[in-house]
Design a protein around this ligand. Structure first.
Ligand code: GLU
Length: 275
């Protein structure tokens, strides 16, 4: 049975781009006699707001996109993500990183040719990767704050692929991202970890989302391989742009479903654009 999902982060109001993601996933489930799930990815307490979580559900209902079962709220499942993190640490695939952002920036600036990841940001230089078990334990014991990072060199698996609908198998190169953060001291688990975990426990078979998340799928595929989780099929859709050709973002008020509704735009006319 086909199972799709829409997994927004409640960091702002939904805009047309979200509506396209939600509609695609909803339509595929409804056409295939499957299930359409909604999940709130509210793992980052600094950026998420309960009022946006409510607004998301209201906006989906206004669009006429009904979902199956209760909404999964990630912040209610922290022990599940912690168990995955513990498993990765036990396997020697994740390590505590005590570096502050400023320390990383200094280190990167001091190195002649710091490698950069797919998003253009410099890769973590690996400062804490080689700390001894005693030093790690001492610093944690002393109350020093730390993030958990994936040891990419130890974790990477050759030959990983995933199926992109309409394109076929896509070769994964997660090593481009370096030692990604899996948990921060102020956010209990990263997007990559939670999204991959939840697509598994919710039995998602088709992940339909915008193409800006396509590069990150390499990381999701790697985490699936490390944890022995199944791999859904992926269908990344185009990004919507405004009249000037710029991609829509949450900060663009004009494109939010709320402001369109206030201007008298109907839900039907929005859905018809996607048809
Ligand atoms: N929560 C992510 C976002 O709002 C999307 C997650 C996904 O579809 O994989 O950007």
């Amino acid at each position: 049975m086909i199972v799709t999902r829409f997994a927004p982060s409640p960091t702002g109001f939904l805009h047309l781009g979200h509506a396209l993601s939600a509609f695609n996933a909803w339509q595929r489930a409804r056409q295939g006699g499957g299930r359409f799930l909604v999940r709130l990815e509210d793992i980052d307490p600094g950026r998420c707001r309960p009022e946006y979580a409510d607004a998301i559900q209201q906006d989906l209902a206004w669009l006429g996109l009904d979902w199956d079962g209760p909404v999964r709220v990630q912040s209610q499942h922290l022990p599940e993500y912690q168990a995955v993190l513990d498993g990765l640490v036990e396997q020697g695939l994740a390590y505590p990183c005590f570096c502050t952002r400023a320390a990383i920036a200094r280190e990167v600036a001091a190195s002649a040719a710091a490698p950069h990841g797919p998003d253009g940001a410099p890769l973590y230089p690996g400062t804490c990767r080689c700390l001894s078990p005693t030093e790690r334990a001492d610093r944690i014991g002393a109350g020093e704050r730390f993030a958990l990072r994936l040891d990419m060199a130890a974790a990477v698996r050759p030959g990983l692929t995933y199926e992109e609908e309409g394109e076929g198998p896509v070769a994964c190169h997660p090593e481009r991202f370096g030692d990604i953060v899996l948990a921060r001291n102020d956010a209990p688990a990263s997007y990559h970890l939670c999204v991959t975990h939840d697509d598994t426990v919710q039995g998602v078979t088709l992940v339909s989302r915008a193409v800006d998340l396509k590069p990150a799928t390499d990381l999701h595929r790697l985490l699936q391989a490390l944890m022995g989780w199944p791999t859904p099929v992926y269908a990344h859709h185009r990004l919507l742009t405004d009249a000037a050709g710029r991609r829509l973002a949450k900060r663009d008020n004009a494109a939010t479903l709320r402001s369109l509704r206030a201007e008298g735009v109907s839900a039907r006319s929005i859905i018809e654009r996607f048809g």
